[in-house]
Write a protein that binds this ligand. Structure first.
Ligand code: NAD
Length: 468
């Protein structure tokens, strides 16, 4: 890959400036919002394999205009302060855009999880949690991490358990992290939430024919050719839902060790199992080591779901997708974004597109604070009322509801139903507001600027009401 000239943080800041100019944010407030409030670097030792290993971790708090602050923790050998600060800033804008009542934060541990055994990772994660806890950088009231690249339910469960050991009398202790397994205070639907959010976002975009036609597409998601980069948590779920529920055709999947191409549609579950069993896509039907050719292949929708900075000024001209939905954070640099816009590629921006994760994390945090699962109080009452209504209708019309429909009609919502409903609502409304904003003023060049403007307007309001 050619050398990148724009850092992730520079790209985020340029996008911010473009939106701040249009909103008319004053210079002093602009500076206050733009910079990270604090970034903590920790170096801690863990004795493993008869040796003392020193690990470096970060937790950046971008903005505390709302508390707690929220954002994932990634495990990556390439993580650094610049990246963590860019990701924390994006979290502030993302939460404001989808009205999740949090400030922005992000964390990272510089580690390649593949190099460590599970029991070693557990000890490292628990030590990292202790360091964060000492500085209130993990706390249900102040700072609530979540999974990101290289972390998942397992790591969140270790973190929550360590926090509970440190603060046994904290009644809301489970709310110190989100993305936990359901058995440890998690919520149904969180694992797949970001991928599900990508599906809902695309569905809503296709309910806006003007936007889709601008990019040269029409119709629905059915039959659309999709390329996905990264078959991890987000990429796998997005690809699975789009192919199984919307009849989109996944024609290409890129992974670390190459790519898979099948114009008839890749068996996503089969490929996912193959990656799990073999550590990569090599050996699967349609394998090619040439990922770059897949990045630039002809397709309708491209879903970068791996990492930042994959589309830069060096390759933007060769991308042929008509729509790009940023499932990863920051996959398109500022300059590449400009180049793609010139040729009417519709970019659905990260700060909206991948907000499904933080949205369902918000639901999980509320569940932890309320100590009751969603739907517990209402479900049977809903069934009772609906059954009464059904019986009254049957009596009036003198015939019975068809038995195969009756069960579905009276069934009250489960926690998963409610999570999906809430997520769908957030993703639909999110797209509607950014699309309307884009259409409202010819100076607004794209959905990304529109999304950033809405986020900034809300953050500005919040600072105004704080009196700062
Ligand atoms: P993950 O670790 O589960 O998956 C990442 C996948 O990308 C892995 O399968 C990895 O092998 C692959 N990959 C890494 N480098 C690659 C490369 N150069 N080319 C192709 N594939 C490569 O991570 P994830 O949780 O799915 O996160 C992916 C992206 O989505 C990140 O940018 C993350 O910040 C963002 N995101 C995640 C969530 C979430 O809920 N997990 C929420 C919002 C945003």
């Amino acid at each position: 890959m050619a050398k990148q000239t724009e850092t992730f943080l520079h790209s985020v800041e340029k996008m911010f400036d473009q939106a701040a100019d249009l909103v008319g944010v004053s210079d002093d407030l602009r500076h206050k919002i733009k910079v990270a409030n604090s970034t903590y670097t920790v170096r801690f030792g863990v004795r493993l394999r008869n040796k003392l290993f020193t690990f470096t971790g970060y937790r950046s708090v971008h903005s505390e205009h709302r508390e707690p602050v929220k954002g994932g923790i990634r495990y990556s050998p390439h993580a650094d302060q610049n990246e963590v600060e860019a990701l924390a800033a994006l979290m502030t804008y993302k939460c404001a855009l989808v009205e999740a009542p949090f400030g922005g934060s992000k964390g990272a541990l510089v580690i390649d999880p593949n190099e460590w055994e599970e029991h070693e990772l557990e000890r490292i994660t628990r030590r990292f949690t202790q360091e964060l806890a000492k500085r209130s950088l993990i706390s249900p009231a102040q700072n609530v991490p979540a999974p990101d690249m290289g972390t998942g339910e397992r790591e969140m469960s270790w973190m929550a358990d360590e926090y509970k050991r440190l603060y046994p009398s904290e009644i809301n202790g489970w709310g110190c992290v989100t993305g936990k397994p359901v058995s440890k205070g998690g919520i149904r639907g969180r694992v797949e939430a970001t991928g599900r959010g990508i599906q809902y976002a695309l569905r809503e975009a296709f309910r806006h024919p003007k936007d889709i036609e601008w990019a040269g597409l029409s119709g629905t998601l059915k039959g659309k050719r999709v390329v996905v980069q990264g078959l991890g948590n987000v990429g796998y779920h997005a690809a699975q839902f789009l192919s199984q529920e919307d009849e989109s055709i996944i024609v290409g999947v890129m992974e670390r060790d190459g790519a898979v191409v099948d114009l008839e549609g890749i068996d996503i579950d089969g490929l996912h199992k193959h990656v799990h069993d073999n550590g990569g896509v090599k050996g699967f039907k349609g394998y090619t080591p040439d990922s770059d050719s897949v990045l630039t292949m002809d397709c309708d929708i491209f879903i970068p779901a791996a990492m930042e900075g994959v589309i830069t000024e060096n390759n933007a001209d060769s991308i042929r997708a008509k729509v790009i939905i940023e499932a990863a954070n920051g996959p398109i640099t500022f300059t590449a974004n400009e180049m793609l816009r010139q040729r009417q590629c519709l970019i659905i921006p990260d700060l909206y597109a991948n907000a499904g994760g933080v949205t369902v994390s918000y639901f999980e945090w509320v569940k932890n604070l309320s100590h009751i699962r969603f739907g517990r109080m209402q479900r049977r009452e809903h069934e009772r009322q609906t059954l009464n209504m059904v019986e009254a209708i049957e009596e009036m019309v003198g015939s019975k509801f068809p038995a195969n429909h009756l069960e579905k009609i009276i069934e009250g919502p489960t926690e998963l139903d409610l999570v999906r409903s809430g997520l769908d609502d957030v993703m639909r409304e999110g797209y509607q507001v950014i699309s309307q904003k884009w259409a409202s003023d010819s100076r607004i060049p794209d959905l990304r600027t529109a999304a950033m403007m809405i986020a900034l307007e809300r953050i500005q309001d919040s600072y105004d009401s704080l009196g700062i």
